[in-house]
Design a protein around this ligand. Structure first.
Ligand SMILES: Cc1ncc(COP(=O)(O)O)c(C=O)c1O
Length: 492
């Protein structure tokens, strides 16, 4: 590092071992000095020759830096003979800089009341890479990357030659592919023009909350239920009503006692998030009946529906709705990977236009080329093949996790998982706190999610959500042993 004083007015530091170009370093240093108020408006700078000599850099380097500063308006006058700090740079910049220094904690910054409706989530886990048994992760190593790359190259070439028109609902061939796919596999009844492509289920939830309801209107959510759905509804200022669930899914009768005519009901009928029960047919009809008489919208999040380990998949709720009250949400975050960030809504005809323009303002849509790749991936049967392959692997891993719990965790954990999904719930002994258990597990190298994270009201018995889909059988066994060590410690 080399520090050089240049005359009495300009003192800058140039680091010769840095990768940053010298002209860029000089530009940044002079600009900072002006913004900090160390170089006052109108101050005459030494000549470029003197600066170059003092700093032992070439004159061209100084000229490059000064050119840029002049172009941005920080310097005025003729470069090389009498350059000055611009007179219109406010003289009290230094004081302003002190006054407006960012608070040490960002939470002190003044933001809207609306921003505070967004839950102050702990997002730090998203920055760390997944360790066993973090739930909800697909096995990406089985993904046909070569094939995807070939399709990507093809569609990028095509897009640059002949940019395809992506309409405001999304890329039409993808909408067609999705409507065929969910028609075949989930019995969803829809035309491609009812499919709106979005950036994952989260955007679908946010968009639905903002398009369908006004602040203060009520939405039922499952309790325990998907925390990010709750977050999306709270952020829209909605009144969130927790409704209990049991082995048949949402207890509709209990919901009616609390709030007989909600504007919206959010459900996960294929795999109740997180307990895993499937909504019984009786409950499905009860909910559709409520929707018909109360003009309630039902938001069906059909995640995990592909991952059913025994028996035939149960058709979607949308498929038995006779009154166009169900809005169906699907995504590829589990069946391909969360990083793809493509999901979709299937909308009743009456809602298409409103959703379309709200979304257009809120954000656009996932990248067009990714949509084109995915359309071909689905149409050529690759998605179904990939889901079949991962289903076999996940079944094996699920069995390994259940066996490991039954063999090593007797007296610490109990589980009776459903026949669907990518994770399961293991119950702790009565009185054991799941947050403490998760913290202890983390110190033993295992990531689990406390069941209470999903709850609005306390559950009688606490539990842990354990993922298996992304971890090899041996890693699952080791992780369960580590988890047992952690639990034994906190129960001792
Ligand atoms: C109930 C539920 N729906 C949807 C998703 C996925 O959302 P996204 O498509 O935004 O990744 C998850 C992810 O964990 C989930 O648990």
């Amino acid at each position: 590092m080399s520090k050089r004083a240049t005359g009495t007015v300009l003192e800058v530091e140039i680091n010769f071992s840095s990768d940053a170009p010298l002209h860029r370093q000089l530009y940044t240093a002079v600009k900072r000095a002006i913004l900090d108020g160390r170089l006052r408006p109108g101050t005459r700078l030494p000549s470029t020759r003197i600066i170059a000599e003092d700093l032992r850099i070439s004159r061209t380097t100084v000229l490059n830096a000064f050119d840029q500063l002049s172009a941005e308006g920080y310097l005025e006058g003729k470069i090389g003979s009498g350059t000055r700090v611009a007179s219109y740079v406010p003289g009290d910049l230094a004081q302003q800089a002190q006054r407006t220094q960012l608070p040490s904690s960002h939470s002190k910054a003044k933001v809207s009341q609306r921003a505070h409706l967004h839950p102050n989530d702990n997002l730090s886990f998203l920055r760390t890479s997944a360790r066993p048994l973090r739930p909800g992760q697909p096995e990406v190593s089985l993904f046909p990357l070569e094939l995807w790359s070939r399709l990507a190259a093809k569609h990028w070439r095509r897009a640059t030659r002949d940019p395809e028109h992506i309409d405001s609902l999304g890329y039409r061939p993808l909408r067609q592919a999705i409507s065929d796919y969910i028609g075949r596999l989930r019995a969803v009844r829809c035309e491609p023009d009812q499919v709106l492509i979005v950036c994952g289920a989260q955007q679908a939830l946010y968009l639905s909350a903002h398009t369908l309801l006004d602040p203060g209107e009520s939405v039922w959510i499952e309790d325990p239920g998907y925390p990010r759905a709750r977050a999306a509804f709270l952020s829209a200022g909605l009144k969130v009503i927790p409704v209990p669930v049991d082995s048949e899914g949402l207890v509709v009768s209990a919901g009616k006692k609390i709030d007989p005519s909600p504007r919206l009901v959010f459900v996960t009928p294929s795999f109740q998030c997180p307990l895993g029960s499937m909504m019984s047919l009786a409950r499905r009809f009860e909910l559709l009946g409520l929707a018909r008489v109360s003009n309630t919208w039902i938001l069906e999040d059909d995640y995990f529906s592909e991952y059913r380990y025994g028996g035939v998949p149960i058709a979607s709720l949308q498929s038995i709705d006779q009154n166009e009250r169900v809005i169906y949400i699907g995504n590829f975050s589990k069946s391909i990977a969360p990083l793809l960030r493509i999901g979709y809504l299937v909308l009743p005809a009456a809602l298409i236009e409103n959703f379309q323009y709200v979304r257009f303002t809120m954000s656009r849509q996932p990248p067009g080329v990714e949509q084109a790749i995915l359309a071909e991936f689905i149409n050529e049967g690759h998605l179904e093949r990939f889901v079949r392959a991962t289903l076999r692997t996940y079944r094996e891993r699920r069995e390994a996790l259940v066996d490991a719990i039954n063999s090593y965790a007797k007296g610490l954990l109990e589980t009776s998982p459903s026949g669907t999904g990518m994770y399961l719930v293991a119950w702790l002994n009565p009185g054991v706190d799941d947050q403490a258990a998760a913290r202890a597990a983390a110190t033993h190298g295992v990531d689990v999610i406390p069941l209470s994270t999903f709850c609005m009201r306390p559950l009688g018995r606490k539990g842990l959500v354990l993922g298996y889909s992304a971890y090899e059988v041996n890693r699952i066994r080791v992780a369960v042993k580590q988890l047992c060590a952690a639990l034994s410690r906190i129960q001792a």
